[in-house]
Design a protein around this ligand. Structure first.
Ligand code: FES
Length: 164
């Protein structure tokens, strides 16, 4: 049987499609394999574009709605591209009172992103989280694995400029 041609997608190379097909083949017919197929495919591409979801649903012979449902249910799956660096700003009460909102506003003004968004050049993704458990350092921001306290709107851009 002629193999189905892969959907065209700027973020998925031929090589990636090859890996994805192997992942799908290893999960095909195995009950409960959908989550691991999605997780491994996301590791290959970095996120789950809709073309990839369609391809997985076709490959595993599952309804697309079911695959979309699982991909949107779990927070570790992303349907949009992620930046090279993830900025997590704490929107808990202590950080809110100490001015995280102004720092978030500065990030938005400089990079044009709100919570849940990624810059066009895919440098930064911005996420809001509730209380990072370091309220004594409020307002708190984590970039990748680096934690920053007393992040005022004056300091926030200087911190982010350190990231390539
Ligand atoms: S409220 Fe921000 S660390 Fe607790």
């Amino acid at each position: 049987m002629k193999q189905k041609t892969h959907p065209l997608h700027p973020d998925i190379s031929e090589d990636m499609w090859g890996k994805i097909d192997k992942i799908i083949a290893s999960g095909k017919g195995i009950p409960g394999s959908l989550i691991s197929v999605l997780r491994e495919s996301q590791e290959v591409v970095g996120y789950l574009p809709s073309e990839l979801i369609n391809h997985i649903s076709h490959g595993l012979v599952l309804p697309t709605s079911q695959v979309f449902g699982v991909a949107t249910f779990y927070s570790f799956f992303s349907l949009t591209p992620k930046g090279r660096h993830t900025i997590r700003v704490c929107t808990g009460t202590a950080c809110y009172v100490k001015g995280i909102k102004e720092a978030i506003g500065r990030i938005h003004g400089t990079y044009g992103i709100k919570e849940g968004e990624t810059t066009e050049d895919r440098k930064f993704s911005l996420e809001g989280v509730r209380c990072l458990g370091a309220c004594g350092l409020a307002p708190v921001m984590i970039v990748d694995k680096d934690i920053y306290g007393q992040v005022t709107s004056d300091k926030v851009i200087n911190i982010l400029e350190k990231y390539e």
